[in-house]
Ligand binder design. Structure first.
Ligand SMILES: C[S@@+](CC[C@H](N)C(=O)[O-])C[C@H]1O[C@@H](n2cnc3c(N)ncnc32)[C@H](O)[C@@H]1O
Length: 274
């Protein structure tokens, strides 16, 4: 399939799925490859024929939607952001929780990929913060729409490249090398609930102190979709909680209730319902 054909096809299809074309500019290759595989499986000559199929068979749209899930992730992605979480944001949230006599700090990783993001939080908490906040239990819920990503998360075995941003001392403490892979030690897998949820339809029950929704809704969803997701995330956050989106993402302009925290890119403090 020619790149220009795929681009033309996506220009037509992405808005119909509620996605922003611009979000896919740099990762279109991944989507085009999946579409090419689908054309091959269906014995269709080109994207134009696929478009006709989509017009005739509404059920095929769900397949196309799943081809548009970008699955790139890694541990400690954007290391500075995780340094800020470890040194500033998590201690602040933990202190506020303790000041209110709470026993649990709750976090949600939305679009958790193969587990890299929630496991990074787990490792940072257990190895860097838990001893300072021994009275607090750190609870993590991790959701993703892709069954393959959740299976990868549950397996918790990774290639070295995925770990390149995680400090070496933490890699040494949290992983065991087995047959060329890095297996996360059992104790770091505990206390994370992985759920299959499409964020457009379902979300875990809150309230959360910290929500990470990075490199998902605010890159790929159209403006209306972003607003819908944001409204529903807000309902699951405590006042004073932190929403962390991707470092190159921005919330929709009228994101009332959220104040940008300029200490790190992508961080917003939730003020509570207006
Ligand atoms: C680009 S990865 C980002 C992973 C991680 N948050 C990070 O920033 O490294 C996006 C993840 O969101 C998941 N995803 C895509 N669409 C989704 C949806 N509608 N609901 C829930 N998860 C979705 C994908 O399967 C993928 O694992």
């Amino acid at each position: 399939m020619k790149d220009t054909d795929c681009r033309e096809f996506l220009d037509w299809a992405l808005p119909r799925l509620g996605f922003r074309r611009a979000g896919f500019r740099r990762v279109r290759g991944q989507v085009c490859k999946r579409i090419a595989r689908r054309l091959h499986a269906l014995d269709l000559p080109d994207p134009r024929a696929y478009r006709q199929l989509l017009d005739a068979d509404p059920g095929e749209w769900a397949k196309l939607d799943s081809f548009c899930r970008i699955t790139i992730s890694r541990f400690c992605r954007d290391r500075r952001v995780f340094e800020w979480l470890e040194q500033i944001a998590l201690p602040d949230l933990a202190s506020r929780a303790l000041a209110r006599d709470r026993a649990v700090l709750r976090c949600w990783s939305a679009g958790c990929g193969g587990g890299e993001e929630p496991y990074t939080l787990r490792i940072l908490w257990d190895l860097c913060l838990a001893s300072r906040f021994a009275a607090l239990h750190f609870d993590i819920v991790a959701t993703d729409a892709a069954p393959a990503m959740l299976a990868r998360a549950r397996r918790a075995a990774y290639q070295a490249g995925t770990l390149r941003e995680l400090p070496k001392s933490l890699v040494a403490d949290a992983f065991i090398r087995v047959q060329g892979e890095y297996r996360l030690r059992r104790e770091f897998r505990a206390g994370i609930r992985f759920l299959r949820q499409d964020i457009r339809q379902r979300m875990p029950r809150g309230p959360f102190d910290l929500v990470l929704c990075r490199n998902l809704a605010f890159t790929y969803f159209d403006e209306a979709g972003q607003r819908r997701v944001l409204r529903r995330i807000a309902r699951r956050m405590i006042a004073g909680g932190i929403l962390l989106i991707g470092r190159n993402e921005r919330l929709p302009t009228d994101a009332s209730g959220f104040r940008e925290d300029h200490a790190t890119p992508g961080a917003y403090r939730y003020r509570g319902p207006a």
